[in-house]
Write a protein that binds this ligand. Structure first.
Ligand SMILES: CCCCCCCC/C=C\CCCCCCCC(=O)SCCNC(=O)CCNC(=O)[C@H](O)C(C)(C)COP(=O)(O)OP(=O)(O)OC[C@H]1O[C@@H](n2cnc3c(N)ncnc32)[C@H](O)[C@@H]1OP(=O)(O)O
Length: 158
């Protein structure tokens, strides 16, 4: 059983969790037992209809927090499909608690669920398939150095 542990951002400029991205969601994600969680409030940068969070911003929050269950699965992986069920409109400036967990796994795929609650009520729920990749995926398509830095920071975190 893992204890509560803050997890390092995917990258400083990550739209979901990067602290250097002024327009990001600034998710601060923790590992707790068999799931990860974050608390956030959407604001005007994430607005859709007046006073309400944009569905894309909610989807991004789900995608990003699901990307932290990789520390549970202990493998790099990337989103292949993501389905979000928007159950209730999410007001801006309202505390939202998001959790994500790994529900199943095959040789190539991770099946992940996320849930967003306000108080005791579920406002949105998501399911995703992530496909496992090796680190060369990020070397070929992205910034391998930043990925290596992320893994270093994870093992340095308390
Ligand atoms: C020691 C701890 C280590 C931890 C390390 C953690 C570090 C991680 C570092 C950084 C993480 C970043 C995380 C971040 C942010 C949040 C997540 C995102 O936003 S990710 C960005 C958006 N997503 C993409 O950009 C993907 C783009 N797509 C692709 O690159 C390819 O499509 C890819 C690699 C996903 C697959 O391509 P193919 O050509 O290799 O594979 P094919 O043949 O299409 O499918 C392969 C297999 O995948 C499974 N699969 C695929 N789709 C499935 C599905 N819907 N259901 C079940 N299985 C499925 C099946 O097994 C399939 O093989 P069968 O078809 O059975 O032969």
């Amino acid at each position: 059983m893992r204890g509560d542990k803050p997890l390092p951002a995917h990258a400083p400029w990550c739209m979901g969790c990067g602290e250097d991205n002024p327009n990001g969601l600034h998710l601060e994600v923790h590992l707790h037992g068999d799931h990860v969680y974050a608390d956030l409030q959407f604001d005007e940068r994430h607005s859709g209809a007046p006073g309400l969070a944009h569905g894309g911003a909610i989807s991004a929050a789900c995608d990003d927090i699901m990307g932290f269950t990789l520390w549970i699965a202990e493998t790099p992986a990337v989103t292949r499909t993501l389905t979000v069920e928007y159950r209730r409109p999410v007001p801006l400036h309202t505390p939202v608690h998001i959790t994500a967990s790994l529900v199943d796994e095959t040789d190539r795929a991770l099946f992940i669920e996320a849930n967003g609650t306000v108080g005791d009520t579920t406002y949105f729920a998501a399911e995703a398939v992530f496909v496992k990749v090796d680190l060369s995926h990020f070397l070929r398509h992205g910034d391998w150095g930043a990925t290596a830095d992320l893994i270093t920071r994870f093992f340095q975190a308390d």
